[in-house]
Design a protein. Structure first.
Length: 221
């Protein structure tokens, strides 16, 4: 009965149509439902006609404008054809923090606040997902999901006066804060570069590598 109800809800509430599979498994003497969701070929997919969600680690939230644009352009139906450019023509490069050819020492989990811009009294942030390097622009404190909201709040307090913040430095790499939730540790980190500071928030142990491992007391693999 539950399987049938789920199939009806998925069919009625998700558009365009997405063929999910619902089956039943037994574990520990109890029956559970498994829902297999394919990677659709026609993103973005909306719930209840106009709600578009994205998944970030363990958090699901409404997509912001740039994420929706990214989902749309990911669709094979809308893949643009290559455009020839003359030698003197240039295209605006994507947002980058490191120069081409340099090794990016950023952690591999959490988020980075790349930049902030003020327009008409409101602040708009560019956020980098450190798992895949994707940059989402035009994020506000109101539209930000939980981790992003936390990162923006901490970033705002740090840049107001970095000199009064107690930072555990080791060379150009520093720990701003360590948090422990159950068996999971999360870190707020900062890196000095020739162009200024880079700030990383919500970094977990599996995203720590290179100089960060020594800084955080992790033994090298």
């Amino acid at each position: 009965q539950a399987t049938g109800q789920l199939e009806v809800e998925i069919s009625n509430r998700i558009s365009p149509p997405l063929q999910c599979t619902v089956d039943v498994h037994e574990t520990g003497g109890k029956k559970i439902l498994r829902v297999l969701v394919p990677r659709g070929d026609d993103p973005p997919y909306a719930v209840d006609e106009n709600k578009i969600y994205v998944r970030s680690e363990t958090e699901t939230g409404l997509a912001v404008r740039d994420e929706i644009v990214s989902l749309v352009t990911r669709s094979p139906k809308l893949t643009p054809k290559p455009v020839e450019t003359r030698p003197h023509e240039t295209k605006e490069p994507p947002v980058q923090v490191v120069e081409e050819g340099e090794e990016d020492t950023a952690p591999r989990t959490g988020v980075e606040v790349v930049s902030v811009e003020e327009r008409d009294g409101a602040h708009y942030y560019a956020m980098r997902d450190l798992r895949n390097g994707n940059v989402v622009k035009n994020v506000t404190r109101t539209s930000a999901r939980r981790l992003w909201h936390y990162a923006i709040t901490r970033y705002s307090s740090l840049i107001s006066d970095l000199s009064v913040i107690k930072i555990d430095w080791q060379g150009n790499f520093g720990v701003v804060e360590r948090q422990k939730q159950g068996n999971t540790s999360r870190y707020d980190l900062v890196q000095r570069t020739p162009d200024g500071y880079r700030f990383f928030f919500g970094v977990t142990d599996d995203g720590v590598h290179g100089p960060w491992r020594q800084l955080l007391g992790h033994e090298e693999d």
